[in-house]
Ligand binder design. Sequence first.
Ligand code: 3H9
Length: 702
Amino acid sequence: MTPANPVRYDRESEIALIEIDNPPVNALSAAVRRGLSDAVAHFATDAGARIAVICCAGRTFIAGADISEFGKPPVEPFLPDVIDAIEASDKPIVAALHGTVLGGGLEVALGAHARVAVPGTRLGLPEVTLGLLPGAGGTQRLPRAVGLEAAIDMVTSGRQIGADEALRMKLIDALADGTDPRAAGIAHARRLLSEGAAGRRLSDVAAPTVDPQVVESWRGKVAKASRGQVAPLRALDTIAEGLALPFAEGVAVERRAFMDLMQTPERAAMIHAFFSERRAAQQDDLKGVTPREVNRIGVIGGGTMGQGIAASALAAGLDVTLIERDTAAAAKAAAGVAAMQDGAVKRGKLSAADRDAMMADRFRAVTDYAALGDADLVIEAVFESMDVKREVFATLDGICRPGAVLATNTSYLDVNEIAAATGRPQDVIGLHFFSPANVMRLMEIVVADRTAPDVVATAFNLAKRMGKIGVRAGVCDGFIGNRIMSAYRAAADHMVLDGASPYQVDRAVADFGFPMGPYQVGDLAGLDIGYANRQRKAATRDPRERVPVLADRLAEGGRLGRKTGRGYYIYDNQSPQGRPDPQMGTMLDGIRAELGITPRDFTDDEIRSRYMAAMVNEGAKILDEGIAARASDIDVVLLHGYGFPRGKGGPMHWADAQGLGTIAADIARYAEDDPYFWQAAPLLARLAESGGRFADLGKDAQ
Ligand code: 3H9
């Protein structure tokens, strides 16, 4: 193999081995496509080779097209042509699979005449998660292998399936015993040769019948799940339309759809999200810094958050000691953690035996802090009060071994002040998990003034190990996410005072693509939390700041949201998901009269513009202050912690796509009514003035 050719061609007696070696994930770059195409041509003329095996070196079979090439001019050979050449081969070709066989990788495998996988292999067509659909025959070959509905499910959801399921679905022909894909491929090729079998070309297989009723029922499901994204529905149409045509024409339908989707803002946004998630972990100042070793962790506080953190740490293979106030609370927390593990067993993510072993050997819930003496890292998840947190940290300071990392899960308190309760502020950091912590992937890593670099590196390492996306944040009230949420919540509250209803705001925001509007979120989280926060800040509040009187009235009246059956909405047997309160209009009229506000109408567009402008403006302030290092980090936080629609890429990407001049002009207009709230972030004003974009900031430094 020359360095330029990532595809090796070897022979083992009558078996040709075509091995792709393009780290890290064997993506189908132009060089791989060229190498694969040449290797297949060579196989055709290699008289001694009767069968070929395509396999991959490294940790995975091909994980898809090379995403970094998208948006650039296409380079030949094109993937569909390479796959057609594989399938057209007169001599059989076996795909030997391991790791994650995704997108174009699975399409290559579907072009082969037989597929064998090693245990643990995962397969999927995740293109819709990038705003695309399979563009190299996947929408037409997959249904011919697994049937119409199984194919629709995989293509429109982007879901990955395990090797066992793939075997049951007949997506693969065999599951190997060993873990070496090359050996598995050779063994399967030998079997085919000895049986005189040649596998099959999926393009020759008759297409499954397309029942329009089945397609219609899927359309409903897919539309609901995809919340306004275009790719999943286009993928459904492409499968249905293509299968009614001869294979070559079906593939042409697919190609057109793929090219159309390639041009959409949704595709650009979703690929931005993909790379932003990976960029978040890149920290230039941590290069060469060795993280501390973490095996044993302590969790203080066994509420929902503490339980979720414990469950997530256990799943990552860590040893967990949870501390609670008394034995009853410890037992309750332990039961909660066990229930979360049961959920993982039910979802097939954990075996029952592993759960039992993990709970017996690696987990304990106790009451004595002394049990944390040998912990490598402790995460405090107690009541959100500075006094309580400082007391916990002072105790930890007296008990934990030197070098242990002491983390707080506070969602807005000052981490510097918490660190000052110890004699070792260099070991203190914020690890802000999102609830439920065993499900939500976001973790804000809050770096205080004196946090040591190896503690920051340890936090990023821990995030990766726990399957979380760690995003670095500086210390301020609410860090990145909650600070931005306060801003857009305030914009919404102002509109409600001025004439909109909470229900209209929620609807307008949901139409943008959020799973819920701010008032539905408020009811879910509990209205007491925001109320307590406002009380805490009341003494220092600027008199020009508008108070969300409706929220205060609801909380003071015991309407705390779902948990009390009433908040902005009413929750009961008749409407477990909530229904508007018919009294809301009267209540709001009263509040407006008290405040001397003459209500006015808001269009849904204006609601969205104000909501988004507040979000983007606060994001710009956070960026300017260095609370977030990159605009893309803000996008990741909003995407993973606050339900921002992935198809729009995050608020900063969305703002760049709108043009910052438009948003700055909106803010200037809103400021005419409320100059205190609508102060344009200086960074936003500068970029709007120069025609710049958030995405370009810091590019020179990268
Ligand atoms: C497609 O195939 C279209 C076709 O239908 C039609 C074409 C005509 N390209 O995630 P990780 C990089 S669409 C380029 O941290 P993990 C990634 O950026 C594609 N680069 O590792 C990172 O780089 P860095 C369909 C890629 O072990 C490094 O690899 N395929 C690609 O947690 C490691 O990645 C997909 O959507 C790529 N395709 O997870 C699969 N994939 O180190 C997307 C990864 O510089 N990929 N990189 O930051 C994944 O889901 C995960 O990366 C994977 C590994 C599960 C493979």
